[in-house]
Design a protein. Structure first.
Length: 124
């Protein structure tokens, strides 16, 4: 029983802000071209843009490589605190070419395509 309560408490602690407002109860609907920017459609639409707009596929490289994991355990609780209060579908932090932090919210996963918007401009 204690293990179940701890799991529930952990899940609640990692709950994304306003999940219901972003469409959780309707399984994050996509909407259409006229509604995809409405809050209840944003999570679904931003990870399914190819269903709303024409896209051009980019062929994967011949031998993709997994990112190596960062060694050590840096204290990144401030990132969890930020994500607990700010709507973001996912956050990946790389340091020196190694995966330092990875977290997804609103039912999103690491194998889903997501709209990067201006995030792509922040890669250094």
């Amino acid at each position: 029983m204690l293990a179940v309560l701890l799991c529930l408490a952990y899940a609640a602690a990692l709950a994304a802000p306003d999940e219901a407002g972003y469409g959780r109860d309707d399984r994050y609907p996509i909407g259409d071209r006229s509604s995809f920017m409405q809050q209840r459609h944003m999570v679904g639409a931003f990870s399914h843009m190819s269903q709303l707009f024409l896209v051009r596929a980019v062929k994967a490289g011949p031998a993709p490589r997994p990112l190596p994991k960062f060694e050590g355990t840096p204290d990144l609780r401030f990132i969890d605190a930020y994500l607990d209060t700010h709507p973001a579908t996912g956050l990946v932090v790389l340091k020196d070419g190694k995966l330092l932090y990875e977290r997804y919210q609103y039912g999103r996963r690491d194998d889903q395509l997501m709209t990067s918007w201006s995030m792509a401009k922040t890669l250094v």
